[in-house]
Design a binder for this molecule. Structure first.
Ligand SMILES: [Zn+2]
Ligand SMILES: [Zn+2]
Length: 399
């Protein structure tokens, strides 16, 4: 049976307090020791098997009910962003330079709430692994958990996660089969001349001019080298070089990111970028070094699990729909989805407290998870586990 709203409402006051405590004490990637300690302590109190130290600060709690051999992993991320919070709530960050600007405080609280609820209802047959991962924000904590044997130690037939989503109103949820979040690549290009007097350009290749030409050329790659039916974006985000008005610098650094959904498109963009850099360097007389790193793969939902995630959302009263298109942001739950079937859900967050500029998107310095979403996420996680591990005699579809 779907988890009725009243069944988790009694958990909400404690979850709100926990979420705000986590918000006030944000911890950066692989430093989530206080958070991991709170999570592990709470899971132990529930009587779960608790495993600490996977990927340094990761925690996995295991709840086995009945004799079923099926298993499911539910995942939350615990880390905060390296940024200053400008919010002024009573639970604003007390850690300088760290801010829960992506709402992972809410994810952690919701998954703990689901563990609490499932530990008391015991309404499934099999094993649920509650996976609390470190370092989602660009540091690949999910990858490290997989590399350190997450699925060898904790068998999961499928894995599920959610992200709070300010672009959707509270009470709505979306996911989709196939790509839902983009692959994220980073490039760092160093163009080198020799450096020299600005009045004597004939004596040195001009790395500044080459950088200007290169930025323009890089911005033609997606437009001219990629099939218009394939979605991708390339952004140059940093140029650094030069210190004086009368010196041609010896080197200029250009940094940026590429987002796409298909490894073949990634291959084509990387090759075109390398060709473009080589061509500009040749024409300008500079030399160039290119570093190109594919740090997060695309987040790809498997179709049956995306259907289960949507059905679960509908069953607990969310206004759930198939997402019309993926997002170009990225997510390291992708590493778990490369190993196991599963799905990633966007849980509507709304913008209940718009700032003077009107919007507070994820990673905004005033971002604060909407506590009204807590019971919605708890119910969804519980419903997913109950559907994935429904006792054989119980018909809960679609499976
Ligand atoms: Zn984020
Ligand atoms: Zn996030």
């Amino acid at each position: 049976m779907p988890t009725a709203p009243s069944e988790v409402d009694d958990l909400v006051p404690a979850l709100v307090a926990l979420r705000r405590d986590l918000h006030a004490h944000p911890e950066l990637a692989f430093q989530e020791r206080r958070t991991a300690g709170i999570v592990a302590g709470a899971l132990r109190l529930l009587g779960l098997e608790v495993h600490e130290g996977l990927a340094d600060t990761g925690v996995v709690g295991t709840l086995r009910i009945g004799h079923g051999t099926r298993s499911v992993g539910l995942r939350a991320d615990m880390d905060a962003l390296p940024m200053v919070e400008l919010g002024r709530s009573a639970h604003a960050s007390r850690h300088a330079g760290a801010h829960h600007g992506c709402g992972h405080d809410g994810h952690t609280a919701m998954l703990l709430g689901a563990a609490r609820h499932l530990a008391r209802t015991r309404s499934f047959d099999g094993t649920v692994h509650f996976i609390f991962q470190p370092a989602e924000e660009g540091q690949g904590g999910g990858r490290r958990m997989v590399e350190q044997g997450l699925f060898e130690r904790f068998a999961c037939d499928a894995v599920y996660a959610l992200h709070n989503w300010p672009d959707l109103p509270l009470g709505q949820a979306q996911t989709r089969p196939g790509p839902i979040m983009a692959a994220a690549d980073r490039f760092d290009i160093v163009l080198r001349g020799r450096g020299g007097h600005a009045a004597q350009p004939q004596h040195t290749p001009d790395a500044i001019l080459a950088a200007g030409q290169l930025v323009t050329a890089l911005n033609t790659i997606v437009a001219r080298r990629i099939d218009p039916n394939d979605a991708a974006v390339l952004s140059v985000t940093r140029i650094e070089g030069g210190h004086s008005h009368n010196v041609l610098p010896a080197e200029v650094t250009i940094t940026g990111t590429v987002r796409s959904f298909d490894p073949a498109v990634q291959d084509r963009i990387e090759a075109a970028l390398r060709d473009t850099v080589a061509g500009v360097a040749l024409a300008s007389g500079t030399t160039a070094d290119v570093s190109y790193t594919r740090y997060y793969p695309a987040t790809i939902n498997s179709a049956p699990e995306a259907a289960l995630a949507l059905a679960a959302a509908q069953a607990v009263g969310l206004d759930a729909a198939v997402a019309p298109r993926p997002a170009f942001t990225s997510e390291d739950f992708s590493f778990l989805l490369r190993e196991r079937p599963g799905a990633y859900l966007w849980l509507g967050q709304g913008r209940t407290d718009p700032g003077p500029d009107g919007e507070r998107p994820l990673h905004h310095p005033c971002y604060d998870f909407n506590d009204d979403a807590l019971p919605l996420g708890v119910r969804w996680f519980c419903e997913v586990a109950e559907r994935a591990l429904a006792p054989p005699s119980v018909v809960v579809g679609p499976a």
